[in-house]
Design a protein around this ligand. Structure first.
Ligand code: HEC
Length: 279
């Protein structure tokens, strides 16, 4: 902040034109993330560490990153003397290290989102999540650029920090928070019985299960499937309507099959899973 500078011109505030640099960093990095994520979901290479599945791993790390980001906001306010208490000497270091840790916590999430699941747009929530996800590292790059270049106008750094914070919270809001609310509120639905209609052919559904890639993500003994990414279907024992809805709409890390399977194929695979899970 109080760096001695030899020549007078270098002491001044940068002109507004310099804002093009962080803006360019934002655009380039966001675009790169989006381009890297341009693929359909891959079925291999996920990991879950000590979480129940990769979706909860993502949610856990994203939540930790958001918690640290809250500390970032708080410590930044302290650094700029916006809090009523005197500024402690360690606060600058705490701010930097919590920022680095938050960044590290986003990496396992980004790995799954960018390289495994890819950019998706089946509904507004997932589209918003995909867009914000690409913007996170862009906003991060912009903020780091501003910190490194110094001497921007006073409002630039707080605005960049606030934008990064908002984007991160937006990503978290459209995914982890949604997941936690969704998993609890969806639970009672499993008690409702749902008969398999005559128009659905479970035997034909077995082939759909194999070719559509369900086996890569789900365990289902009847299909000799051992996928670990989504829930174990033998344990979950979903009924017909639940499989139908999930395969049609996707969600929670599973792609929608509405565009890749016909309505009849979806009915068949739903009948197959509903009548074979847990058997
Ligand atoms: C890329 C991996 C992936 C593929 C491919 C996949 N799923 Fe899933 N599936 C998931 C994940 C992850 C979840 C957990 C969603 C959640 O927590 O909301 C899930 C959830 C489910 C559920 C539970 C829905 C509920 O109500 O909780 C069912 C049933 C299901 N999948 C069936 C299928 C079928 C049938 C196919 C093939 C047509 C399939 N899945 C393909 C990853 C996948």
């Amino acid at each position: 902040m109080t760096e001695p500078a030899p020549a007078a011109p270098s002491l001044g505030t940068r002109s507004t034109r310099w804002l093009a640099v962080p803006l360019l960093a934002f655009a380039l990095v966001s675009l790169t993330a989006g381009l890297l994520a341009r693929h359909s979901p891959r079925s291999k290479g996920y990991f879950r560490l000590f979480f129940s599945d990769p979706v909860h791993l993502k949610a856990g790390f994203a939540t930790a990153a958001v918690a640290l980001a809250c500390f970032q906001l708080f410590s930044a306010a302290w650094i700029f003397r916006k809090l009523p208490w005197p500024r402690p000497r360690w606060i600058g270091r705490a701010h930097r290290w919590s920022g680095r840790l938050a960044f590290a916590f986003t990496l396992p999430v980004a790995y799954h989102c960018i390289f495994k699941l890819g950019f998706q747009d089946p509904d507004t929530r997932v589209l918003a999540h995909s867009l914000l996800g690409c913007a996170v590292y862009g906003a991060f790059a912009a903020k780091v650029t501003i910190v490194r270049l110094h001497r921007f106008q006073r409002w630039v750094l707080p605005v960049a920090g606030a934008l990064l914070f908002s984007v991160l919270v937006g990503v978290w809001y459209t995914s982890a928070l949604w997941l936690y609310q969704h998993t609890t509120s969806a639970a009672p639905a499993y008690a409702v019985p749902s008969p398999i209609p005559a128009s659905a052919n479970a035997a034909a559904g077995a082939a759909v299960f194999k070719t559509a890639g369900c086996a890569g993500c789900h365990t289902l003994a009847a299909a000799h499937a051992g996928g670990q990414i989504g829930p174990n279907l033998d344990t979950l024992k979903p009924n017909y309507a639940q499989v139908l809805a999930q395969v049609t709409n996707g969600g929670g890390g599973m792609p929608s099959f509405a565009k890749t399977l016909t309505a009849a194929q979806i009915r068949n695979v739903a009948a197959y899973v509903a009548s074979n899970a847990g058997g």
